[in-house]
Design a protein around this ligand. Sequence first.
Ligand code: AMP
Ligand code: ZN
Length: 112
Amino acid sequence: MDCLFCKIAAGEIPSAKVYEDDKVLAFKDIEPQAPFHVLIIPKEHIASAGEINSDNSGIVAHIFEVTAALAKEHNLTDGFRLVTNCGVQAGQTVQHLHFHMLAGRNLGWPPG
Ligand code: AMP
Ligand code: ZN
């Protein structure tokens, strides 16, 4: 399958890894929008949050556990944002589920 994040998960395309286990990979976004901007992805190909179901939802819980651990490890005591874009109007550009973890500056709300 011609999927950028599947290739990154398989190590076929390099990434700046910050965490890896058998199910997920976290790596620095190539175009950071905050001092800390990490993408957390399942190694399994899931196209978007719109494709989560009772068979694959366990990975979402695991990603949230990894996120909390990364926040502690990187001392993000002033907070962070975890967001996933799903579909055209949300601005999803890579069709493989990914969570943006952003921190290190004041983040506006609502998003533009
Ligand atoms: P989204 O627009 O929500 O689909 O997010 C896709 C993100 O992937 C963007 O923030 C891009 O900067 C990021 N991105 C694209 N290619 C790479 C890459 N090779 N390594 C790291 N991040 C990437
Ligand atoms: Zn994929």
